[in-house]
Ligand binder design. Sequence first.
Ligand SMILES: [Zn+2]
Length: 339
Amino acid sequence: MNLSDKADDAVAKEECVMELATAVYKPSGKLGTALVLVPVAGLVSALVLGIAYGFINVYNPLIYIEVLATFFFGLLIGIAVAHTAVFAKCRNPAFAALMGAVCGAAGLYFGWAVFIFALIQRYGGVQGPTLVDCLINPLQDWNFVANTLAPNGWFTLFGATPSGVLLWAIWCAEAAIIVGASGFYAYTTIEEKVFCETCAGWCALKKDVARADGKKDLTLLPRLQAGDLAAMNELPPPKPGAASYFRLDHQLCEKCGNMGTYKLFEVTEGKDKDGKTETKEKELTGHMLLSAESAQQLGPLLARGKFLKAAAPAAGDAAGSQFPGPQAPGAPLPPKEKS
Ligand SMILES: [Zn+2]
């Protein structure tokens, strides 16, 4: 094959792709004012929440509350980072994820420092370090944790006092939950949004604007996954009360009306073990850009979208973990009973 054949081939391939698939929205990657605003807001949130978290670890007697506190601690830092990133017009999901993880890690550090301070205050029986000491001396904190707390443990759970490797494993799980929840929340928040570069603003999301009975004709699935809205129009609406259907969401710039995307989901509603309604959704497409052609297809879909009311999406599960904590320098800790 000579060069010109190759070129023809490439053109043909490109035409084929253009015909089949609509373009997928790619965020510009621009940071807006996020480079300044996100670290500031994220670190302030990490400090404030870390203080609360450190004291909860020392004074809360219920393991159940501690597991929830760990998860919500990470989540709240992630929410602070994500919302600041949205405000700052950050169109870079990777940067949001990084900031979420970094601020989550900072929160974890602040939480530990406050925990060490509060634990020594409560159980130490000696003049312990001040809160500021604990916050600015990571090495001293580390020595205390590694040499006093880890070998002895500091709380009792189901009649045992975790120490050594088990305690380190619990601490690692705790750290992973906090950093992971924060990073993940920040990432998905920015990844799910669509920005109009012309108007320098976010598009407005409208969820569940149309539904279709996706299983009616599975041969249409490849076209649907390529973002072909005509294929969605070829499917009937789902029967009322159907447990499984395809759902269309779309985002549109409300200023210019020229920038928009849509996204298709496969939704399955079922009951969990406790008989509660559980909704699972699977993305069939990315953010497909609205073209003049697909905009024409959207009209009829919106018109018939009045069918049925959607159930709220099920909340994610918090992974379980327990926590950490230190104890008084020197003195063996009075094990704390957790129920
Ligand atoms: Zn616009």
